[in-house]
Design a protein around this ligand. Structure first.
Ligand SMILES: [Zn+2]
Length: 273
């Protein structure tokens, strides 16, 4: 099936076929899952031609993802690789570590040795971090890693929950320009602020009205799609739902949402500042 015929098919056709990878191949769509956790699957899923960025959140998950990235990319020219790596110590991890100030430099040294394409997920999570102590550990880990990423010109993948304002202010104060708001849950005004600062918004497979407004507020140039699987999406195929949200929000064909979010994700993960 050629491209032109596919885009002229009615929307219900796309919906009916949404869970089929064969469908993507049939209409030649390039798919990029901008944030998932390959190491967290019970069985490593097949990429079936998709590209993805697998993300760590702890020392252990960073190491596992680095191995998976190496394995899946082996024998592939660097310019044709399908698996990108993001490494970081997430706020939910940092908040539980009493000795975070001692451990963090060691964990960073370990993950930087794997040459990640991005640092993350890092950020602030006031949903899980409630006590002053937890927040203080989160802030320490976020600032430390953010400073490193900005200094080295490495893109940043942000995890942020119930703390969008604080997180954006922090990014601003460190002069971060290349960042992705993974599973963005803020308001459309906050989405516009992030985009104005140079950031991109990542759309998870969860529909809600504010997300639709956020997509509209920033436009296709600032959007990537993710599954966050196996946590939010259960499989990599759930990227279809994220793409459909973008396609619906902007009234553009699914293929266009796929192609542009692919290009945005590729640019984000493959070119240093
Ligand atoms: Zn995640």
């Amino acid at each position: 099936m050629n491209k032109r015929r596919a885009t002229s098919l009615p929307q219900h056709f796309f919906r009916a076929q949404l869970r089929s990878k064969a469908f993507f191949r049939a209409i030649n769509m390039e798919i990029f899952d901008a944030h998932c956790h390959l190491e967290s699957f019970k069985e490593l899923p097949s990429l079936s031609g998709m590209a993805c960025a697998t993300s760590g959140y702890s020392a252990e998950s960073n190491a596992k993802n680095a191995k998976i990235r190496d394995m899946l990319n082996s024998g592939t020219e660097p310019s044709k690789r399908r698996v990108f790596l993001s490494c970081g110590i997430a706020p939910q991890t940092a908040q539980e570590v009493g000795g975070i100030r001692d451990m963090l430099p060691l964990w960073i040294e370990q993950y930087m040795a794997a040459r990640p394409d991005a640092i993350g997920e890092i950020g602030l999570d006031w949903h899980w971090g409630k006590s002053a102590e937890q927040k203080e550990r989160q802030l320490y880990a976020f600032e430390y890693q953010l400073e490193l990423a900005v200094r080295k010109g490495i893109p940043v993948v942000i995890h942020c929950r119930d703390a969008v304002k604080e997180t954006l202010s922090m990014l601003e104060s460190y002069g971060a320009r290349k960042f992705m708001m993974h599973c963005f849950t803020g308001t459309h005004e906050e989405a516009a602020r992030a985009a104005g600062m140079g950031g991109i918004i990542s759309v998870p497979p969860l529909r809600n009205k504010e997300r639709k407004k956020s997509v509209k507020a920033v436009g296709m140039g600032k959007i990537v799609c993710e599954t966050d699987s196996p946590y939010i999406g259960k499989t990599l195929n759930d990227i279809n739902v994220s793409l459909q949200i973008v396609s619906d929000s902007l009234s553009i064909p699914l293929e266009e949402a796929a192609a542009k979010s692919y290009a945005n994700a590729l640019q984000f993960y493959s070119c240093p500042d």
